[in-house]
Design a protein around this ligand. Structure first.
Ligand code: G16
Length: 564
């Protein structure tokens, strides 16, 4: 065996112009990483170079991924580059796997300067699918815009990267591996960790596991069905729900992580998690949940597949927050939602006199508020919910939060939801997605819309559809001033607010890997009539939204690709 120190090489490269991170990291088709020379290396070097050398030298960094195709190859490169860039210790998930919430938990636990997470979230995987690279900072949350802009600027002028090509890592064995590098005084250390255990430990300190065990496997237990969609969260579900809380093995499905997620799109919504919805429709389970590829998103279902919209989900958790011991002990400092998320949470905040923050889309905006001790619970319409125990959204945490509510109230999901609407009124809510639209057509539509709504005469304009009349009260392009550091984030979505509290919002997604995705968010509030069909209530607003944007005319589409 050759025990000589490993060589560190500096390799010349040339920059790519398109490595600007989106809503949450850089997402591209796998073949982009495979076919463009050093595309991955350039971005990883840009991440390392964005960290001041004094902070990087000897530091600890976390690496993990959702197990999708190309993850392993990418991890090998990241490890070799981390060693060559002066990182002292890497904490890597067993087999390279780590859910996004677990990664946030591990960064905080090991006091790392950050983490690199390989995931394209709910996007499809496989040779024709997507790969994503996220960089999280020391607080465990997604890097903010200042950091991602710095990474992007470096990527535009990069000329070389550092790598230790001879370094071979064994991802299958838990424990420490050390490597001696040429011209380095200290060895480079890699620790392969059981991230499932670190995460499970965190959950034990947040929830009342005895009460949950009684709910799930006691004498009058309920039945549940959890669908991990072959994402990385499967082993977490098995360990916590089945092994520890006593759910029968068949309550957790698709729990073996696969590099193509079984050929499915690991997106926990009514379309892509249709198997779960169907199996619950005529089935016995009282509660269901699905999670995405990297385990940070969740969908909550009641008996017979009753859908709890993510906007309602966070509002219900807020209203029942003291069913969770963590909040009993720590108190509640504030609630937050992304701008396009429905205002259901605002009503709970108002009633409980708890501060409510409205942020742009992207989990990174919640982190600052949490670090400043101003935020305890937040959620997004895009199936994200979490507390301040970490700095990421957390799918399994959301399911355990709901189960804690069921354990305390001993009511069905349906009764809890209905009670909530009767108490607060209901924010009817839907989202239309038009995927893979020509980028120029999408941008032109947004520009024209912005000009239209900025015109003074737009306010007070009335739109009539059948017997409904909506009058514009306010319209703008959402801009956010961070209350902690006063940074300003502009162009976060076009909002049209009507006098009856209804809203239409247009946004371009920041997570699509090909073409543009136009999102239209529709919302109407009803104080009294809370048991109507969502799509019926919102149909007039949808007609107006499509008409004023001329979306179908401009794109040749006849309807959205996905309605949530
Ligand atoms: C990411 C962000 C979320 C955001 C979502 C959708 O989630 O972390 O905060 O709501 O994208 O963003 P967009 O509407 O721009 O596509 P994930 O789960 O995809 O990482």
């Amino acid at each position: 065996m050759d025990n000589s120190p490993l060589r560190v090489l500096t390799v010349p490269t040339f920059p790519y112009a398109d490595q600007r991170p989106g809503t949450n990291g850089l997402r591209r088709k796998v073949h982009v990483f495979q076919s463009r020379r050093n595309y991955l290396h350039n971005f990883i070097q840009s991440i390392f170079s964005s960290i001041d050398l004094r902070d990087r030298q000897g530091s600890t960094v976390v690496v993990g991924g959702d197990g999708r195709f190309f993850n392993q190859t990418a991890i090998e490169v990241i490890v070799q580059m981390a060693a060559a860039n002066g990182v002292g210790r890497l904490i890597v998930g067993h087999h390279g796997l780590m859910s996004t919430p677990a990664c946030s938990c591990v960064i905080r636990k090991f006091k790392a300067i950050g983490g690199i997470i390989l995931t394209a979230s709910h996007n499809p995987a496989g040779p024709d699918g997507d790969l994503g690279i996220k960089f999280n900072t020391a607080n465990g949350g997604p890097a903010n815009d200042t950091v991602t802009n710095k990474i992007y600027q470096i990527s535009r002028t990069i000329e070389e990267f550092a790598i230790c090509p001879g370094l071979r890592l064994d991802l299958t064995t838990l424990g420490k591996q050390t490597f001696d590098l040429e011209n380095k005084f200290k060895p480079f250390i890699v620790e392969i960790v059981d991230a499932v255990e670190s995460y499970a430990n965190l959950m034990r300190n947040i929830f009342d596991f005895a009460a949950l065990k009684e709910l799930l496997s006691g004498e009058n237990h309920i039945t549940i069905r959890l669908d991990a969609m072959h994402g990385v969260v499967g082993p977490y579900v098995k360990r916590i729900l089945c092994e520890e809380l006593g759910c029968p093995a068949n309550s957790a499905v698709n729990c073996v992580p696969m590099e193509d997620f079984g050929g499915q799109c690991p997106d926990p919504n009514l379309i892509h998690a249709a198997d779960l919805v169907d199996s619950m429709r005529d089935g016995e389970p009282d509660f269901g949940a699905a999670f995405d590829g990297d385990g940070d998103r969740n969908m909550i279902l009641g008996k017979h597949g009753l859908f709890v919209s993510p906007s309602d989900s966070v509002a219900v958790i807020a209203d029942n927050i003291f069913c969770i011991p963590y909040f009993q002990h720590r108190g509640v400092r504030g609630f937050a939602r992304s701008m396009p998320t429905s205002a259901a949470l605002d009503r709970v905040a108002k009633a409980t006199k708890i501060e409510l923050y409205e942020t742009p889309t992207g989990w990174k905006f919640f982190g600052n508020l949490m670090d400043a001790g101003r935020l305890s619970l937040c959620g997004e319409e895009s199936f994200g919910t979490s507390g301040d125990h970490i700095r990421e959204k957390d799918g399994l945490w959301a399911a355990l939060a709901w189960l804690s509510i069921l354990a305390t109230r001993r009511q069905s999901v349906e009764d809890i939801l209905k009670y909530h609407w009767l108490k607060y009124g209901r924010n009817y809510y839907t989202r239309y997605d038009y995927e893979n639209i020509d980028i120029d057509a999408a941008c032109e539509m947004m520009e024209d819309l912005e000009i239209m709504i900025a015109d003074k005469s737009f306010v007070k304009r009335r739109f009539a559809v059948e017997d409904k009349i909506y009058q514009v009260e306010k319209a703008d392009n959402f801009e956010y001033t961070d209350p902690v550091d006063s940074s300003i984030t502009r162009n976060q979505g076009l909002r049209i607010n009507f006098s009856d509290g209804s809203r239409i919002i247009y946004r371009l997604s920041g997570t699509s890997s090909g073409g543009a995705t136009v999102r239209i968010y529709l919302e109407s509030y009803e104080k009294e009539h809370v048991f109507q069909e969502t799509q019926v209530v919102l149909s007039p607003l949808a007609t107006i939204a499509i008409k004023i944007s001329q979306l179908h005319h401009r794109t040749g589409r006849t309807g959205p690709s996905v309605i949530t």
